[in-house]
Design a protein around this ligand. Sequence first.
Ligand SMILES: C[S@@+](CC[C@H](N)C(=O)[O-])C[C@H]1O[C@@H](n2cnc3c(N)ncnc32)[C@H](O)[C@@H]1O
Length: 344
Amino acid sequence: MAIAPLDALSRLREIGLGFAVSQSFFAACEMGVFDLLEGGPKTLDALASELKVEAEGLRRLLVVLHRLQLVERRGDTFSNSELGSFLTSSSRYHMNGLAKIEKFVRMWEYLPDALKTYGPVWVQAFGVPSQEIFVELYADPVQLRRFCDYMDSYSVAIGEEIAERYDFSKHRCILDVAGGPGGLSRTIGQRHPHLHGIVMDLPPVLEVTRERIAAAGLSDRYRTETADLFEGPYPKGADVATLSWILHDWNDEKALAILRHCHEALPPDGVLLISEMVMNDDFSGSSLWSEVYSLFMLVCCESSGRERTESEHRALLREAGFASAEILRSHGPRDLVVARKVAK
Ligand SMILES: C[S@@+](CC[C@H](N)C(=O)[O-])C[C@H]1O[C@@H](n2cnc3c(N)ncnc32)[C@H](O)[C@@H]1O
């Protein structure tokens, strides 16, 4: 069907100006707009004075935020919408971490390079090789915490979904492999008070993890352990392990090494839960965002780091020794692959 030129212009403008929508969102989070509105509605002038900015400019930002359904508006008085409330610093969901991605924003400028070289662009953007991405990211304590918030911005809400959909009653202990600040397993532990937990990661991130375990009231049941994803061995003692957004960072060889370590760490009746976007066999995803994320992995991780298809997941799991795998589809950002050492 023919597209009218004005319709084409509107749609293409929407695509081309997507960056300005993101930047408005980032600015509002960074400036603390949602935190200032946490206590209730405020006038434009009151907000402008607290933010130390010109009211006229701020109104334009707030009008955009209203269009995005992040704030509610009555004339020149603004309040958080239900959606905007997820973006306050006190929200247990840490979703303002979605705005803490300036490093990634910078790397996306080099997308053509990533395509030409079929590799990530850390060198072009920051002068460091991609093998050192986590070293670089964690060298600065502020960046480390921002990255932790970004991880939790996904993993807390997704952990809630997994806690509800998967039956943890038969498990005693959960191992969160490269769990970062532990949002996924912490949330599962809060929902299932019989579970103990181990969050495994690199030492700098585990400092933040311990703080968040304590803040979640889990210090008596959860602990952290340092282990290397590729060297192993992983901590023993858990009968269910999680890989939350880990496999997509790495190529098949490394993903297989990770799966083998998980297999070895689990008891014979152990279960591995993989929280990832599972792509269709034609490499399309269930939404634009899983497709964008697969490209994200090329820009930011490694050439064959990607969102994998169902067949790719099944093949890797089989090769690592898992006997069966079931895919639970989600309407949220990530699906769940349930892999068992022994066939069910
Ligand atoms: C994308 S984050 C996912 C974090 C967490 N699983 C989540 O979903 O919230 C990747 C994690 O892998 C960890 N990681 C990277 N390389 C590692 C290594 N060699 N050994 C252990 N952990 C590693 C990072 O520190 C980071 O926490």
